[in-house]
Design a protein around this ligand. Structure first.
Ligand code: SF4
Length: 334
């Protein structure tokens, strides 16, 4: 199993939302460590990777949102090391700002080097606010999108599509498309990760997708998704060959990590990953046990794998570190 990327993740900033599908399972509380303490470990990893010619370099990622005083330091750090966060910022979960505060925020991140932002929409204002667990979230996301576009910062809104939001989509798209200068809209189905399992019953079918207007369909990368039925009839499913590894820094592991070498930390997380996957059957065996050949809901293949793994672990009462839980050190295999 080849480790293809390494991230240092510090969930040190509380999000103002607690979205129903949140992959980090936000409860509006921070769980990480001091920003600079985490950065020091990330810098150690970068030196280590350069000495070993490891690419890409390990990145330093802050969650749950971008509401922290060291944001511009993080953007500069991303710039120095060529990371995605040098010019892209996810703007969900920020504290709600007035119009003038929003403009100031946009000017600040622009001058720090941000060129693209993303704001996420779930449906109409009422549904959106209840989904995000914050009153006023829809209006603020819309304000951010509008002011970003007006101030020449590219905002590409993301829309999460489920059976719960189908009837709201036409109006939502009309609203977003009416913003002068708005960037391209991207639509996604919820991941199974984190609290995504809560959206399973609302996962759309291929028939639901077909009924969407052409302009909404065009915002999906539909080649990623197939019905469970189609995945299962496509022949032998690809077994995992590689993993992206994330070292999540928390109060209960930082002392331990600071006393370990980078090689030791990576070996530690890789072992957690190996142990997890040793405890469950292969993808094709799981498909044999749990695959539903009649199911017409749309999935990315990895969501099906996550769903089957969780079911197997639950039904067989396996007690094991959950390497797919992004609140802790985790991996994503592919
Ligand atoms: S804004 Fe993002 S981090 Fe915050 S609760 Fe929603 S999905 Fe989770």
């Amino acid at each position: 199993m080849k480790t293809i990327s390494i991230g240092i993740h510090n969930p040190c900033v509380p999000c103002s939302c607690a979205c129903k599908y949140c992959l980090l399972q936000s409860c509006k509380e921070a769980e990480g460590i001091d920003y600079y303490r985490g950065k020091k470990l990330a810098e150690r990893f970068i030196v280590w990777a350069k000495n070993k010619n490891i690419t890409p370099l390990p990145f330093y990622c802050i969650s749950y949102c971008a509401e922290y005083p060291q944001l511009s330091d993080n953007i500069s750090f991303n710039k120095e090391n060529g990371f995605l966060g040098a010019n892209f910022l996810q703007c969900n979960g920020l504290k709600i700002r007035t119009l003038s505060e929003t403009d100031q925020f946009i000017k600040n991140i622009k001058s720090a080097g941000i060129e693209n932002i993303d704001t996420t929409f779930f449906g109409n204002p009422k549904y959106h606010d209840s989904f995000a667990a914050r009153e006023g979230d829809y209006d603020f996301m819309l304000l951010l999108a509008k002011r970003a576009a007006a101030l020449d910062l590219n905002c590409s809104p993301t829309v999460i599509v489920s059976r719960e939001s189908l009837s709201m989509l036409d109006e939502l798209f009309d609203t977003l498309e009416s913003i002068p200068g708005i960037g391209r809209i991207y639509s996604f189905l919820p991941d199974y990760r984190g609290r995504g399992y809560l959206m399973e019953k609302a996962r759309i079918t291929v028939q639901d997708y077909e009924k969407l207007s052409d302009k909404i369909k065009k915002t999906f990368n539909i080649s990623r998704y197939k019905t469970q039925k189609d995945w299962l009839s496509s022949g032998v499913l690809p077994e995992y060959t590689q993993r992206a590894l994330t070292v999540t820094l928390r109060k209960d592991n930082i002392d331990q990590f600071e006393n370990m070498s980078c090689d030791e930390i990576i070996a530690y997380v890789e072992k957690l990953d190996d142990d997890y996957y040793k405890a469950i059957p292969s993808i094709n065996e799981l498909a044999e046990i749990y695959g539903n050949k009649e199911n017409e809901q749309l999935y990315r293949l990895r969501d099906l794998f996550w769903m089957w793994q969780k079911r197997y672990i639950h039904e067989n009462h396996i007690s094991i570190y959950d390497i797919t839980d992004e609140r802790y050190c985790n991996t994503i295999r592919s």
